[in-house]
Design a protein around this ligand. Sequence first.
Ligand SMILES: [Zn+2]
Ligand SMILES: [Zn+2]
Length: 79
Amino acid sequence: MKSSKILAALVAASVLAVGLAFAADTKAPAAKVAGCCAKAQADGKACSHGCCVEAAKGGDNCTKCGGAGKVEKKAEAKK
Ligand SMILES: [Zn+2]
Ligand SMILES: [Zn+2]
């Protein structure tokens, strides 16, 4: 049964391709603003938590407060 082997190889290859596409999609970690920082942002302020300030300096959301990933740059061009 050679053809079934080829079929299995094709299926494996396509699964691998889908997996790679998924990996490329999820490579960038989802950015999540910490709750306290989101609240401060809603008030037009920067979060005053020391840990958040430190994280923001590095362009990151504060992971201690539940944030993740990089701080999203505000798109000034779009209004
Ligand atoms: Zn904060
Ligand atoms: Zn924090």
